[in-house]
Design a protein around this ligand. Structure first.
Ligand code: GSH
Length: 678
């Protein structure tokens, strides 16, 4: 996310009176966008990645590793006095939900194929963050604070002991109340200090009428307790402190706050399409890649100090921002005495309009956008509620009437209430501002995001970004090499889809995509599960699928990603004649060969996913007690290993066991070099 302006956030009970105003104005802003930018064409394939980091404080004396919530000034400094350094290195740092988090992107987008520049840029981002953090470590030592600490930015999807004793580096975080989240486990110090974030946390809880609640299956070992025994009695907040007993379930890890989800990290990649039609085509084509890439990139096997019986972050974040009331979810309130009729924080005058909403606002894609020659409306076969007023306005207006399928997409996003409203931003010029539109758009977090430009992006203004698609499911990986590999992989798929767009029909029924999303959560889904996958991408009318393992999805000659998307685009670019593996002998594109090799071997199960590697590390640690718990020492040793792997330290064979000897040797001996940045 971009840098945030300061302002006065309205608490839910005040902001809710503006909900309809914001929606109404947001729709007008969207219409002005369509009016200005619908005819843009021939935009180049600019693209970019976003990497999210967690700053970890290693205390080597106490053998504890904690999340650092004391040095978040780093973001301000990187955007002020260190801006010239960042600009000179083409990198840019942004805030994220966690006070311990950093997000970094290239400062300017990539254009087309950029060889190893993605990795090089990622290395520059990490190096700059490391340089600042080591400076803080030095200053702290001089000032006699945080003595013995070592601050390291790691690309971890989840911090294994999030919410356990001593998981953040402040003394006694529980000597005061945590009013924003009211969590039993997370002090409010985990939340970014910018007012948007505590306010968002409180608004989601207040609208829902209860704390958020995530029950994630526990990994079962011989001495695993029946239930999550970290739940305790407290009487700070009524009724919230009474919820855990009712909300938690035997055999599940119980989490009760936004930070457990939005405190997770990911790798996102955004692509500009040549025009709106191609952007819709690209979006629809990527819909079923999302669950597969989630399962494939699995890196989250631990939550709140427990081994989980799943490998990914998705449903945790989904629950963490689920502001739906019990009525909207179709369930009884946890404590009916305090949440009468299950309307949560919905004001009386709109309670009669409340509808059932099947999914959280952080979820998988709900609707294909259509507008392509392969699309058929029956492919959108799931229950997706619509805001009828918004649909009507988008279809019939004198600014820029949208077609039905495009309008339906936005009318679905607009069933949500704004949850982050600033007093200063209530009144906008709809011809030039997108703030109200973005208020709803950017709090609908789906596996893909269709990103319209602004009203300034008229066809002639090529310096303003055009129609884009953001790919959001990837879990972040430890090494820059891996994150670059995954980014390049999805770039090649996107390039292939756009280049061969007359021939590729990737549609399947949406209900199957939703099923795939559930399957993607299963432990070792890469090895053991089958997913719905298109039988043929060349079939002009069909949506026929077959059940495929991840290995088959990547490698099958008829419908696999490598033969059907990767090799053709590499041939088209003239990099190979027949098969991607020829890259091994290329002097120019050898690194790309190793990126693809990593991906191919993870998909086939030859190399472990990050989740599997972490799980095995815990299970094999001498301090592990077969109780599914990740102790402080195990956590410290695991994260120290992550630190070494990130820095290509193979002294204990850790890099080799993670990536296999051929890839490990290659990356140890070959640092990326700038071949050419287009
Ligand atoms: N870390 C998240 C993940 O692992 O999927 C993604 C980042 C995210 O969605 N961040 C929230 C946000 O609103 C922070 S509350 N981002 C801005 C946006 O989506 O436009």
């Amino acid at each position: 996310m971009g840098l945030l302006a300061l302002g006065t956030p309205l608490p839910w009970f005040e902001s809710r009176t503006y909900n309809e105003h914001i929606r109404d104005e947001g729709v007008e802003q969207l219409l002005y966008i369509f009016k200005a930018a619908a005819k843009r064409d021939n935009d180049p394939l600019y693209w970019g990645d976003e990497v999210e980091y967690m700053v970890v404080d290693f205390n080597d004396k106490d053998k504890n590793s904690m999340l650092d919530v004391c040095h978040d000034k780093i973001l301000t400094e990187l955007n002020e006095e260190e801006l010239p350094l960042c600009e000179a290195n083409d990198v840019s740092f942004h805030p994220e939900y966690g006070r311990f988090m950093l997000e970094a992107t290239p400062a300017s987008p990539y254009l087309n194929y950029v060889s190893s520049y993605v990795e090089l840029n990622m290395q520059q981002r990490r190096a700059i963050a490391e340089y600042k953090l080591s400076e803080y470590t030095r200053q702290d030592n001089k000032n006699n604070v945080h003595v013995g600490s070592r601050l390291v930015p790691l690309t971890l999807t989840v911090f294994p002991r999030m919410g356990c004793p001593d998981f953040i580096n402040i003394k006694d975080p529980w000597n005061h109340k945590n009013a924003a989240s009211r969590s039993l486990f997370l002090p409010d110090e985990v939340i970014n200090r910018h007012v948007r974030f505590p306010n968002l946390t409180a608004s989601i809880r207040t609208r829902r009428g209860e704390k958020v609640c995530m029950n994630i299956p526990m990994y079962k070992d011989t001495d695993t307790p029946e239930s999550d025994d970290s739940i305790y009695d407290r009487d700070w907040f009524l009724p919230e402190d009474k919820e855990a007993k009712v909300a938690s379930k035997p055999g599940f890890i119980y989490m009760d706050s936004m930070g457990f989800g939005m405190g997770c990290s990911c790798l996102q990649v955004t692509f500009q399409a040549p025009n709106i039609s191609k952007a819709r085509y690209l979006y629809d084509s990527l819909v079923n890649f999302a669950p597969i890439m989630l399962a494939f990139s699995a890196a989250a096997p631990t939550f709140k100090g427990w081994l989980a019986d799943q490998d990914v972050r998705w449903n945790v974040i989904s629950g963490a921002v689920d502001d739906r009331t019990p009525k909207e979810r179709g369930v009884e309130p946890l404590l009916p005495k305090y949440n009468k009729n299950g309307f949560g924080g919905i004001s009386k005058d709109v309670q009669s309009k409340v509808i059932k909403i099947p999914k959280s606002r952080y979820s998988s894609v709900d609707l294909f956008l259509g507008g392509t020659k392969f699309f058929n409306r029956t492919y959108n076969d799931t229950n997706v509620p619509i805001n009828d007023k918004v649909l009507g306005r988008l279809l019939e207006n004198d600014k820029a009437p949208l077609d039905y399928d495009m309008a339906k997409h936005f009318a679905h996003l607009y069933i949500r209430d704004p949850v982050s409203t600033f007093e200063e931003l209530l009144h906008q010029d709809n011809k030039s501002s997108t703030n109200h539109f973005e208020n709803i758009q950017s709090t609908n977090w789906q596996t893909l995001r269709f990103k319209p430009p602004t009203q300034h992006a008229t066809p002639d203004k090529k310096d303003a970004p055009g129609w884009r698609v953001e790919f959001r499911p990837f879990e972040v990986q430890l090494l820059d090499f891996e994150n670059a590999a995954y980014s390049m992989f999805i770039y090649l798929i996107v390039d292939s889809i756009l280049t061969f767009s007359d021939d590729i029909n990737a549609y399947i029924h949406m209900s199957k995509v939703w099923e795939n999303m559930k399957t993607a959560h299963h432990r070792d889904a890469v090895l053991n599960e089958n997913f719905h996958w298109k039988k043929s991408f060349q079939n002009k009318d069909g949506v026929e699928t077959e059940e495929c393992s991840v290995d088959e999805i990547f490698h099958n000659s008829e419908n696999g990603i490598f033969p059907q998307f990767i090799t053709p685009i590499l041939c088209q670019k003239g990099f190979v004649a027949r098969d991607w593996k020829e890259l091994k002998h290329s002097s120019q594109h050898k690194r790309l060969y190793y990126y693809l090799k990593l991906i191919s071997e993870r998909a086939s199960g030859k190399l472990p996913t990050t989740a599997k590697f972490f799980r095995n590390f815990v299970l094999q640690h001498p301090n592990y007690k077969h109780d599914s718990k990740v102790s402080k020492l195990v956590n410290y040793d695991l994260l120290s290993t992550c630190d070494r792997i990130t820095h290509l330290d193979d002294s204990k064979g850790e890099l080799t066991s993670f990536l296999g000897s051929e890839i490990a040797d290659y990356i140890k001996n070959n640092k990326p070099s700038i071949e050419r940045k287009a």
